[in-house]
Design a protein around this ligand. Structure first.
Ligand SMILES: [Zn+2]
Length: 321
């Protein structure tokens, strides 16, 4: 929560009065959102929230990326965060001209489906520090994409089914876009992925995938296809329900699992495919330098490591824990 005089602004949290700025609709940012009395968010965030079963009870003010909203005597500008569809950073300009930038989760690297976040100068920076320790330096996205494609092809050549595990919002859509563009038939293993992908397509993307319950699924498995799943258990259960337990067991036995996540970095080259929706450590340091803040607050578990590193770079920084 940002408190300024009588004003309270909730940053991905509800506040008793004042607005809530909702950066995106991943569950760890929406837990208290149903208590919020007023929410400011992009249409992409509200649509993906609804597709994932989230609900809001308060007033919703939709704001386009790049637009500025006047709230009492505060200016709130919505900036692209590059993390998932609709994800936003918020620049809050207070009455005394102080500028506060809240990043939410953000990514400074372009992906096939999300444009990268770019820094903007502010006096106070409140930044995501998920990968905020020196261990987290990601290979280029092109290299990770190349490895995902090679992995899929190798699996199919061996008569197996590559099953890419990805969050249903953001990473799954990136995987679908990549694999389809490379000529693979993509079967999605979960309704949650289908619902979110449908929202992406309504927002102008052209994701091509085959839901598990489509008529062609059996044929695709017989021909060789890749699976994108956010829950292997649900994928197996649904396949069993739709095609019978014998067929589901056959597919299960031939499936090889890969996790598309920054957290797999330590297994890179050994099955890990570190596709991240967050900025890596060098990217975070570079971002903070460009924002050029008087003070930085680092949130999430690596906050204290990043704050220490930023302090060594001459940026006053403290962890929010
Ligand atoms: Zn997120």
């Amino acid at each position: 929560m940002l408190e300024y005089g009588d004003m309270q602004i909730g940053l991905d949290t509800s506040v008793p009065w004042g607005p809530t700025l909702l950066s995106h609709s991943h569950a760890d940012h929406t837990r208290s959102i149903h208590h919020a009395r007023e929410i400011i968010a992009t249409k992409g965030t509200i649509d993906t929230l609804s597709a994932r079963g989230g609900r809001v009870n308060g007033k919703v003010t939709l704001a386009d990326t790049g637009s500025t909203i006047f709230y009492d005597d505060i200016l709130i500008t919505v900036l692209n965060a590059g993390h998932v569809l609709g994800s936003s950073m918020f620049l809050i300009e207070l009455a005394d001209n102080q500028r506060v930038l809240y990043t939410g989760d953000f990514n400074t690297v372009d992906s096939l489906v999300h444009a990268r976040a770019t820094p903007i100068e502010a006096d106070v920076l409140i930044m995501d520090s998920t990968y905020g320790s020196p261990d987290w330096v990601f290979p280029s996205r092109e290299r990770v994409y190349g490895d995902i494609i090679k992995t899929a092809q190798k699996c199919l050549d061996e008569g197996k089914f590559p099953r890419f595990h990805a969050y249903s919002l953001g990473k799954a859509q990136e995987a679908i876009a990549l694999l389809h563009n490379e000529g693979f038939d993509v079967v999605t293993g979960n309704k949650s992925i289908d619902r979110v992908s449908h929202v992406y397509n309504r927002h102008g993307l052209n994701l091509v995938y085959n839901p598990l319950d489509s008529r062609t699924t059996r044929q695709l498995f017989e021909r060789g296809c890749v699976v994108v799943s956010s829950s292997n258990r649900h994928t197996f259960y649904n396949l069993s329900r739709l095609m019978g337990p014998r067929f589901a067991r056959h597919i299960e036995d031939l499936s090889v699992d890969y996790n598309l996540s920054g957290w797999t970095l330590s297994q890179y080259g050994n099955g890990g495919l570190p596709l991240s929706a967050h900025t890596d450590y060098p990217g975070l340091i570079d971002f903070a330098k460009k924002v050029n803040p008087v003070i930085t607050y680092c949130f999430t578990e690596n906050g204290h490591v990043l704050a220490e590193a930023l302090s060594q770079e001459g940026i006053v920084a403290v962890p929010l824990e």
